[in-house]
Design a protein. Structure first.
Lengths: 97, 323, 323, 323, 97, 97
């Protein structure tokens, strides 16, 4: 097992394609997405999207080596600033198989 | 205003199911149509109405009258957001004013569809090409509103704006593409296609519409709460602007020589406000605008107003003028 | 018991699809109806049966007979959970006994719907007001069971219990509201509404029911495993209580002067057990009760028993008594 | 090749909706059929085609001819993967060759269904037992391919392989079970069942198929990108192998004395490639094989080729030979 | 980035409205919900809910400053005690944007 | 609250039954599953599954006491090795209720 950084992002479903693009640009080795999240934050309740997807969130998890963290965080910071959302970073161990 | 029209509309199953949805929310029932079913029901409605429109056009052919009507529809969809914007700017930021203007310049397919059910019940015919008018009216307001926004707004923080993205989103969003595609397929496949598809697109149509309006009632009632923040100005706007638009649309339809059915559909298009295609486009092009304003306005005020009071009102006026 | 009835019921497509679902689980196939489709199918069935009932009532009018039947239905729905509770208390905790009593006092809309398909196939008519009877029978058992539980149980750890929540949940849960709403809409919209909706609510009904029972077969077979823990007492209860209820319901229906079709529907209502509305209500009001008991009992024992053996049995008895 | 057939096929609504789906992806529209709707549409199609087949068999009875045709279908489904495997081995690993061989040996129910719509439009009859042929052809190729893989592959890292799992998966996967089950139910429930189900299984069938092919167009166009990696060899294989299979199937059908409609359905079965049942089976039994090869080949090359060019081509050849 | 506490709760879908109410009362700044979770725990397998939502779980994530943790945990403890479910707390960094 | 190990696994939806079996064998006290995840990794984009479930991921969360971690990790390592997927381990506190 090797130590890694776990980055969790909650963002509007609409911004998901842009965010994944940015992650790719920052050179992440992969990511996992769970759509259909709902929630509440500074912009009020986001009750999920059906007819209009405007109020739906997505949850994105990406894991990277420690030395890539800064690059990734700085790459995604502007989109969070402009479009809202949350980003959390924590420590984890990656199982090598 | 003809009382029979009002009562007849009230007792129409789709409208009654809309009220059932509202009732469910007000008694805090757990009745709901789980996602993604409402989405698929709306796709079905677009599909069915597009095909019916195409079959109608194939049967009647395209005349000059049709071309003029389509042009008038496009003009209305471009002009409404202009005056809407300047009215809204008195109270709102550039971003919010532009987004709401786009919402009211564009059209609501479900209002259109509910209006077709209303006419069908009264056995008033309308031309298949009105579906094409609807499809043409979805996009111009988006473009106009974004142009207004970019001219008037100073704050353009960071992210690159892409006109080509905007055009694509305006003209090839899911709703527009599905209606237009179904319309063209309806024209191409003609009589034989129409016959094979009739049980799916026509026979079960009213039933699906009831189900869908049940969901619309639930969603509209839920969104109504959001509007408390929006205040009286926006709530009033959501009722008065449709009336203004109808006041322009009805004489215009008369001048263009439309039949009563077509005039009614034209009016309902001008009076309706988008809550599927435009919110999506606004989120991408005017992210500063607050969706908690423009979504509930069109969904919880203008949509119910149009299908409950607007439809019989517009038709009563048209009946009086045309006769 | 008439062998033709049994065989005819067996060869009815909805019943056969139920068996196909059971078969799929027993050969460990990956056949499944993905969520939320079963939910929407069940909403469709409630919607359709409600409208049909309403149209039926509009056609026949409401007579004294009807009022008496509805009263009898409400009484049965309140009495069954009482004796069920005291039987169950011999082996179970207060919470579990109350929850299972509610389950059996209330009704299963899908059993009712399958029974209508059974009668339709035999061309036996039944009154639209039986749908109202079904809707009325959903809630009383919930109230009775919760009262029993609150009287008999000492353990009331922590969380505040709200009677108003309970009433709301009992009378305005999604199923009750949708059936009642559709029934009223069916009455209000009358002949014209019925005609417009018939292709959706009547023509495709049997097909949707087949699909739904396929899912019921899968779910019932999966839940059967849970019952191993429940033991013979509860499995036996799941078959004997419906028989007891039917034994009370049939003479009562005879005494009330119901027609054979109505008597059959009344019996199936009394004999059926809820697995949609009641579990939800119990989870909120009697959280100590174990849903792994009351859900599989009604879903994997009583439901299959009623639609496979119960329906032909009850009808055979009724045929004999009435003739 | 008859130009009328080609054009008639092109103007068939289901085919046109397939193109609409492709168009949606190519203009980067957000049009999509949200999951799990495509899944349920495919279940509906299997259900409907199974019942129709069963009713057809019940009406015509089972003759020797039928047994011979079913045997021939099974043989073809076992032989195609053999020669496909050895062709593919020239360029690919054992695992990939075996998985693609299974894909092309098995059949595509949606291609079959689209072909029935094609025949229906031309009023050419076909036997209900061809549905049984389809169901029988789903599984043998899976078994043959896994046997080839296990004989030829040395790398068997770790995980235990279970033949019984494989057999279960091949013969009781969801598609096979639903078709076979519906077929048997169609036979058992006969005339009365057919009549009750017709509005659901037959009347709305074409409409649902249009909707489903809209989704297929979207999915196929999206998957086409994956194929760039696969290269010209695999893309060519995806077109040539169906042609080879058809070249064997048509004379065989003639020799067996099939009618034109049955010969056409037999040919389309041999020419089609699986993308639902086989990928699932391969993922479990040959995990080393790359699904990004076999899924897009059948979905984005062979499926469109068959429904657009293959169907009119095969029928033109059959018309010439039979007349 | 500022250090925060990440609270993850898995609870019956039925209890979700009550839980979110409690979180609001405890003054969280926001939360994210993923419905349609399944699982296994002390009360056996919870296979997800369709017709009867009785066996469905929900996943809730809420992030708070360290000094709010105790209040939140004590607010939600009773509902977990009575109705079942799981609550996990871990360390994370919140990206300020 | 007691310290525990949090194990997150992202795996093909097809492998989910096998994985849960292995977790049961390793004696976990429970787990939570979120189906319908999508993602990107060494095997390319996995866009989720509809008609063919071949490209769908699942997210699995299981919490265990520290001393069980090794057993669990070694039990699931082979399936990740052969079938692909990701496993992350991190520290957390479990709320006792
Ligand atoms: N404190 C929080 N904890 C967990 N999720 C949050 C929190 N704040 C915001 N979120 C999530 O991030 C989304 C966007 O937040 P915001 O941009 O602040 O409206 C919300 O809808 C929530 O899903
Ligand atoms: N050890 C665990 N790891 C992860 N999730 C768990 C664990 N134990 C329980 N859960 C989740 O919490 C839900 C409720 O647990 P319980 O109340 O113990 O039945 C379960 O259905 C799981 O989804
Ligand atoms: N670096 C990563 N961060 C988060 N999720 C990942 C990462 N790499 C892979 N995954 C997930 O694990 C799945 C399988 O990965 P793989 O076996 O590498 O193709 C992917 O589809 C992603 O959902
Ligand atoms: Na408008
Ligand atoms: Na009962
Ligand atoms: Na084939």
């Amino acid at each position: 097992m090797i130590p890694v950084k776990k980055i969790e992002i909650i963002i509007d479903e609409f911004e998901l394609p842009s965010l994944l693009n940015l992650l790719d640009q920052a050179g992440v080795s992969g990511y996992t997405v769970i759509k259909d999240a709902t929630g509440k934050g500074d912009r009020g309740v986001r009750s999920g999207g059906d007819l209009t997807r405007v109020f739906a969130n997505s949850y994105v998890l990406t894991v990277c080596p420690e030395d890539k963290l800064d690059l990734i965080v700085e790459t995604i910071r502007p989109i969070l600033k402009q479009r809202g959302g949350v980003c959390l970073v924590s420590e984890a161990q990656w199982l090598i198989h | 205003m003809d009382a029979n029209l009002v009562i007849g509309n009230f007792l129409n199953p789709p409208i009654l199911f809309f009220f059932l949805g509202v009732l469910a929310v007000s008694v805090r029932s757990d009745l709901e149509i789980p996602p993604p079913i409402p989405k698929i029901l709306s796709l079905y409605l677009l599909f069915a109405i597009g095909l019916k429109g195409g079959v109608g056009i194939a049967a009647s052919g395209l005349q000059l009258q049709v071309a003029i009507t389509l042009a008038a529809a496009t003009v209305m969809a471009s002009v409404v957001p202009l005056y809407a914007f300047f009215i809204l700017r008195r109270k709102l930021s550039v971003a919010d004013a532009a987004a709401i203007a786009a919402t009211y310049g564009s059209v609501s397919a479900v209002t259109f569809i509910t209006a077709t059910a209303f006419l069908d019940k009264l056995s008033i015919p309308y031309g298949g090409y009105m579906v094409a008018a609807m499809a043409l009216m979805e996009s111009p307001a988006i473009i106009v509103a974004v142009v207004l926004y970019r001219l008037r707004s100073s704050d353009r923080s960071g992210f690159a704006f892409s006109w080509s993205e905007l055009w694509r989103d305006a003209f090839f969003n899911g709703s527009v593409l599905l209606i237009m595609g179904s319309l063209v397929i309806g024209i191409l496949s003609g009589e034989a296609g129409a016959k094979a598809l009739k049980p799916f697109t026509t026979d079960i149509f009213t039933g699906v519409l009831c189900f869908f309006l049940l969901d619309m009632g639930i969603v509209a009632a839920k969104r109504l709460g959001d509007l408390k923040k929006a205040g009286v100005f926006l709530a009033g706007f959501g009722i008065l602007l449709p009336l203004v638009n109808a006041t322009i649309a009805i004489p215009l339809a008369y001048a263009l020589g439309l039949s009563q059915g077509d005039a009614f559909m034209f009016t309902i298009l001008c009076a309706s406000a988008s809550y599927i295609a435009v919110p999506a486009a606004m989120r991408l092009s005017i992210p500063e605008a607050n969706p908690s304003l423009y979504v509930p306005m069109s969904l919880a005020i203008t949509f119910p107003f149009n299908i409950i009071a607007g439809m019989p009102l517009y038709l009563a006026v048209i009946n009086r003028i045309w006769s």
